[in-house]
Design a protein around this ligand. Sequence first.
Ligand SMILES: C[S@@+](CC[C@H](N)C(=O)[O-])C[C@H]1O[C@@H](n2cnc3c(N)ncnc32)[C@H](O)[C@@H]1O
Length: 311
Amino acid sequence: MFMFATYKISDQFSLSRHVVVHPGDCLDLLHRIPDESMQLIVTSPPYNIGKEYEKKLKLDAYLDQQAEVIRECVRALSPHGSICWQVGNYVDNGSIIPLDTVLYPIFTEFGLTMRNRIIWHFEHGLHCSKRFSGRYETIIWFTKTKEYLFNLDPVRVPQKYPGKKYFKGPKAGKYSCNPLGKNPGDLWVIPNVKSNHVEKTGHPCQFPVELIERLVLSMTNEGDWVFDPFLGTGTTIVAALRHDRRGAGAETVPDYAHIARDRIQQEMDGTLRTRPMHKPVYDPEKAGNKLTVAPWGTRRNSAQMVFLEQE
Ligand SMILES: C[S@@+](CC[C@H](N)C(=O)[O-])C[C@H]1O[C@@H](n2cnc3c(N)ncnc32)[C@H](O)[C@@H]1O
């Protein structure tokens, strides 16, 4: 039977600990983290859109604030390590600014190299009426050196055609794909944590544990430190502990820090409910959900016919 390891959840950072939830500002925590000691730094920072936990700032002031945190993260990052910043859009008077585009220069000015811009696609969110509804966010992944750790095998996914064989050449008749699965690519389809998601807490924007598990598994080894400056409900530490890594993070809002401690404790006790990695996205039609049959019959077709007539 799998045994869950239980560690004390500390408030302050020390390399001898396993789990650190600092109830306060991330810079205070970062200042106590030794140089080059973190293998993975992954976070979803405030997007500066006026959520309950943030004060909306002018974009330049927000970017200065982010740069201060990023500078400290770069100092704390191992030469073999990775930084992943998960962001969406900043919205200013109806105009959207993809945050990855304005944060990118900050990371490169600190000497980091971008390795991927991962598109995280999900199906749920606000329904816009004056533009197409936003259904993706990005994870921008940077490394400090060329000698960065990247373990592809633990995150491979099944091929579309696992039975495919070479049909000519010296390998003819042999299976053409890796039996461990294929590279998951840079477009990740993972449900976001909305109302009926099993991981939903009172926090307005958690990321799902499975999103971070993929980063933890591919960018760290067992025993490595994973750090999240904007910890929220502790998702990053949950994903780290699940795979025998160490986790640290800071959260300024006491209620969220409390939820984080609670979830981390549940993870260590083996009772935290999460959506499993690799679970297929729910397809209501395949599941035979009756609500997929439109009660208005052929209206969709007739609307389309009107549209065609107008062409
Ligand atoms: C987008 S949320 C992160 C949610 C997290 N990814 C999760 O899964 O729960 C950003 C969090 O950063 C916290 N925060 C904002 N400024 C902070 C700071 N200076 N130091 C630490 N936490 C901060 C906010 O209270 C908020 O909970």
